[in-house]
Design a protein around this ligand. Structure first.
Ligand SMILES: [Zn+2]
Length: 463
């Protein structure tokens, strides 16, 4: 529903392309439930109407009350605010800390030492990259471990995660291994093109990285995701739900084959509710977390599915990829100029020979981190736009199939917000900067009031 993954997919691609800065390690881990804290999007949220006397209004008329706004008990409200604000703070601290780590690696000669070891070991570039990149990545990952650990301890404290430390750490380790492999490959290509084309390498690297990223997007659901969570065909455990879902799919005149619907056993690690669309071409699929099915009614699950179906039918993964590719084109161009400027200024004192020196990699990662960070509002804005479209789609596709569909959708948001501790009242700046979804309270109100049918207007997607 939050399709957190879509956003993570995008950020993972981005950051991977940025040669898997440490930040990237987290993006993937976070996306896979390792919840390493950092690049984690804060819970989707919104503005809440706190009742003047919250507990009173809750107990007053429990039945037949319409879900008109995101309403939390005083205790939950405080908890949601506290949790979200801590996560926002962590997000920014983490970014700055990540820069600091890279700076330390440059300033104190760690990068040049690793380069010397790599070059001393062999004259072959391939051997050098296999030594240099893992050393660098592991060093930064370990230096960044404290913020990752803090992130997980927060999600444990607020009962979002139930994953034990041993399992969390194992996920962290697996994420590092996956990243090391991809990062080494990309660095190998990057420094190859830098040596061959000192002036246009940013363009050639962009061109050559795209098919690799596309391939990763394609294999991720089949190869990478199962390293972190268990998936099974939804049909196997919930055939009735799949049949109900097929009703929704047919209503839209669409087809999503049954075998493209998966159940993820999220409940072993998390209490959160979620579903997402992932993959590309033959690996494209809808994934529903078992927590969603457990915590919501069947009509509500159908709405959640309708939202995901929106992402599926409207090709959001593909469009996201195109958007990110265009963004990377600009980012690499800027990175190219920035690295020349930076090395011209500090390269000598850091002991870096030039852009084609392995030891320049942390400097490039640092610059790309800054570029990605500054671009956050653009990427978040794009994601929020897609999420809103998916909400519209979900509302339209269950209309007429599920009785009182607006209320069902609004209540689904209420449940989602309560379980995931969605911020009832996020600061506008935070929404602008890093919300991958519109604030939950806004989504709820939209769901409750969206009604083109009674106004004689044409629905946007599902006619
Ligand atoms: Zn979504």
């Amino acid at each position: 529903m939050r399709v957190r993954r879509l956003f993570f997919g995008i950020s993972a691609i981005l950051l991977t392309a940025g040669l898997l800065s440490i930040v990237a390690g987290r993006a993937l881990a976070g996306g896979h439930g390792a919840q390493t804290g950092a690049a984690k999007t804060p819970p989707a949220a919104g503005r809440v109407q706190i009742p003047a006397a919250p507990s009173a209004s809750q107990t007053a008329a429990p039945e037949k009350k319409e879900t008109q706004g995101y309403t939390l008990s005083r205790e939950k409200y405080d908890k949601a605010v506290e949790y979200s604000r801590t996560e926002y703070g962590l997000y920014f601290i983490d970014f700055v800390y990540g820069l600091l780590v890279l700076w330390v690696i440059l300033r104190f000669g760690i990068a040049t030492k690793y380069r010397d070891w790599a070059e001393g070991a062999s004259g072959m570039r391939l051997v050098q990259v296999v030594i240099f990149v893992p050393l660098l990545m592991l060093t930064s990952a370990i230096l960044e471990l404290p913020t990752s650990i803090y992130g997980h301890s927060l999600s444990l404290k607020y009962e979002q995660s139930i994953q034990r430390w041993r399992s969390w750490f194992w996920d962290w380790t697996k994420a590092q291994i996956v990243f090391l492999i991809i990062a080494t490959l990309l660095a190998w290509i990057l420094y190859g093109v830098i040596r061959r084309s000192p002036r246009r390498w940013w363009f050639y690297f962009w061109i050559s990285a795209l098919p690799i990223l596309l391939f990763m997007l394609f294999i991720a659901p089949v190869v990478i995701d199962p390293l972190f969570n268990k998936f099974e065909p939804l049909d196997k455990s919930h055939p009735d739900l799949v049949t109900a879902i097929e009703g929704v799919v047919h209503r839209a005149g669409m087809t999503i084959p049954r075998e493209r619907m998966f159940l993820m056993q999220a409940s072993v690690k998390t209490n959160q509710i979620n579903a997402y669309v992932t993959g590309f071409g033959a690996s494209k699929r809808v994934v529903v977390w078992d927590t969603t099915i457990k915590d919501t009614t069947t009509p509500e699950t159908l709405f959640v599915f309708g939202h995901e179906m929106g992402h599926y039918v409207l090709h959001h993964v593909r469009n996201g990829f195109i958007f990110v590719a265009a963004f990377l084109f600009v980012a690499f161009f800027l990175g190219f100029h920035a690295i020349h400027w930076t090395l011209g200024r500090w390269g000598g004192s850091w002991g870096i020979r030039g852009p084609d020196d392995w030891a320049s990699l942390p400097a490039l990662l640092l610059l790309l981190s800054v570029i990605f960070f500054i671009s956050s509002p653009v990427l978040s804005g794009f994601s929020r736009y897609q999420e809103h479209q998916a909400d519209v789609y979900g509302l339209e596709v269950i209309h007429g199939l599920v009785p009182n569909s607006s209320e069902v959708a609004a209540h689904a948001f209420q449940v989602l917000g309560e379980v995931d501790l969605a911020d009832p009242n996020p600061p506008a700046f935070i929404t602008f900067w890093l919300y991958s979804h519109p604030p939950l309270a806004d989504r709820l109100v939209f769901a409750h009031t969206y009604d083109p049918w009674s106004k004689g207007e044409s629905p946007q997607f599902v006619k």
